[in-house]
Design a protein around this ligand. Structure first.
Ligand SMILES: Nc1ncnc2c1ncn2[C@@H]1O[C@H](COP(=O)(O)OP(=O)(O)OP(=O)(O)O)[C@@H](O)[C@H]1O
Ligand SMILES: [Mg+2]
Length: 486
């Protein structure tokens, strides 16, 4: 399919009316490629597609749409400078007197948005929306053609838990109307909640299909990675936490964003921040990073008071922040893997004449490629040719290369397969062993309970509790995050 890479080989999947099929596989397994064939972006080299029993050759995107196949792409595909309504109806705008009828279009868009209970204005320009709202617009756009098959390629990677619930409702409604769904996700919980069958791909090859209600996470992992994974979380030796405060916040405050925050991180410690989306957990770390500057309170690094004015000064203080919005920040898609990995800390790869030492760039990048099992033919490949999950691994490598003293990770394992998650945890632990203090935000309770040394619960823009992850339960945590208005 792609020169030098066989993206797909002998894949057989079938889809029933009104059912949801999950497509599961490691990063780079070929899921998105297969879906791009079905939706007309790529043509297969060999093989046949049958649609309602008839053989079809899907010529292009428009043809796929006419057949009733619609796709929500993994990477956002909206035009950022056009309005919500213009995006939803791109190439199918209502026409009046030979011109696009804006009023009719906005009205139709408003109706569609309202049906899904979304509070988004159709006349708003897309780049003014939050990433999660952009994702919802993407979903509305895919639904607007009343498709028979709708492909969702990691639709929840930018959604909050509340919006994910909404998506589940939409999917159930679609299924009951006879629409079929192909659902791609790395989150097992979602697969077990909404799909009927699971097909697994490994290295572009078809492994098999099982009924969701008759399988287990362990069986699916085994199909995916080709071996048993007895450990999903690495074991951490706690002895390397030093008893001193690397970073400390005292009564840190920004009105409307975070209130009276007291916290500290020690060298070698992984501090978990857990809370619902919108609880203020991201705002707190944006405060630390100088993106949402405090209006009151103090920050100390190594016991010394510092004033982090903006992200630039945060980096100067050796604080690194891997944001949850990796789709937009963090990568130069047209540049190569090695350039992306080394470019944020170019000083490290300069030789004594202050020239770039190319060998070193390549060597550093190769280490990351091996550690995180980044699937790329070589380090010279441009990043836009890699699968979504592999792109995320490159963002992480880049920030690890900055050699921070404090590393803030906001949802670092989203869109990453189980095997690679394990590698990321190992890397975090390796950094902690070297004395880095890590702040981890995650929506996945099992992850935060297993990986962090100490856990702070965030609710209503405040830290409401400190818990020992080894001695708490999901129930106890939930009781703190759902309390309102204290
Ligand atoms: N435009 C392209 N040119 C060359 N190779 C490509 C291109 N797009 C994808 N590939 C390669 O095809 C393989 C499959 O990629 P694909 O995007 O289908 O993976 P995926 O299963 O969707 O992974 P993920 O879970 O990370 O999204 C990868 O090795 C990838 O690098
Ligand atoms: Mg993909």
């Amino acid at each position: 399919m792609f020169p030098g890479v066989v993206a797909l080989d002998g894949v057989n999947i079938s889809l029933e009316k009104g059912k949801a099929l999950a497509l599961l596989g490691e990063n780079g397994a070929g899921k998105s490629t297969l879906m791009k064939i079905l939706s007309g972006s790529y043509t297969p080299d060999e093989g046949e597609i049958y649609f309602f029993g008839d053989k079809v050759e899907i010529k292009d995107v428009v043809h796929a749409k006419d057949l009733g196949i619609s796709i929500i792409y993994q990477e956002l595909s909206l035009s950022p400078n056009m309005t919500v309504a213009e995006n939803i109806f791109a190439l199918q705008e209502p026409i009046r007197y030979g011109m696009i009828d804006d009023n009719a279009m906005n009205k139709k868009a408003r109706k569609l948005l309202a049906e899904l209970d979304l509070d988004i204005s159709p006349t708003k320009v897309v780049n003014e929306l939050s990433i999660s709202n952009q994702q919802m617009v993407e979903i509305v756009k895919a639904l607007s053609t009343n498709p028979k098959i709708i492909i969702m390629d990691e639709p929840t990677s930018a959604l909050s838990s509340k919006e994910t619930e909404k998506l589940y409702e939409i999917i159930n409604k679609l299924k009951s109307q006879g629409t079929s769904i192909i659902y791609i996700s790395h989150r097992m919980e979602e697969i077990f909640t909404i799909t009927d069958y699971v097909s697994v791909l490994r290295d572009g090859k078809y492994i098999g299909t099982v009924e969701t209600s008759k399988t287990t996470t362990d069986e699916l992992i085994k199909m995916m990675v080709g071996r048993e994974m007895d450990k999903v979380y690495p074991i951490k030796d706690f002895k390397f936490i030093k008893d001193e405060k690397l970073l400390e916040l005292k009564d840190y405050n920004k009105k409307g964003y975070y209130h009276g925050i007291n916290l500290f991180v020690r060298p070698g410690e992984i501090l978990g921040l857990y809370g619902l989306m919108g609880s203020g957990r991201t705002e707190i770390v944006q405060g630390i990073f100088g993106m949402l500057k405090k209006d009151k309170g103090d920050m100390f690094l190594h016991g010394k008071k510092v004033n982090v004015k903006n992200a630039f000064s945060a980096i100067e203080h050796k604080i690194a922040f891997v944001t949850e919005d990796r789709k937009h920040e963090g990568l130069v898609l047209s540049a190569s893997v090695y350039e992306n990995v080394t470019f944020a800390n170019i000083g490290k790869v300069l030789n004594k004449f202050k020239l770039i030492d190319h060998q070193k760039e390549v060597q550093i990048t190769k280490e990351h490629k091996d550690n995180l099992k980044i699937k790329t033919p070589n380090v010279y490949q441009t990043v836009n040719k890699l699968s979504g999950g592999n792109q995320q691994k490159i963002v992480l490598s880049k920030w690890f290369e900055i050699e921070p003293e404090i590393l803030i990770l906001d949802e670092p394992t989203r869109g990453i397969d189980v095997g690679a998650k394990f590698e990321i945890y190992k890397l975090m632990i390796e950094l902690a062993r070297k004395g880095v203090g890590i702040i981890l935000i995650s929506s996945e309770l099992p992850e935060i309970l297993n990986v962090s040394d100490r856990l702070l619960v965030v609710n209503d823009k405040k830290i409401v509790s400190e818990l020992d992850p080894k001695n708490t339960t999901q129930e106890e945590i939930m009781s703190y995050i759902t309390k309102r208005g204290e």
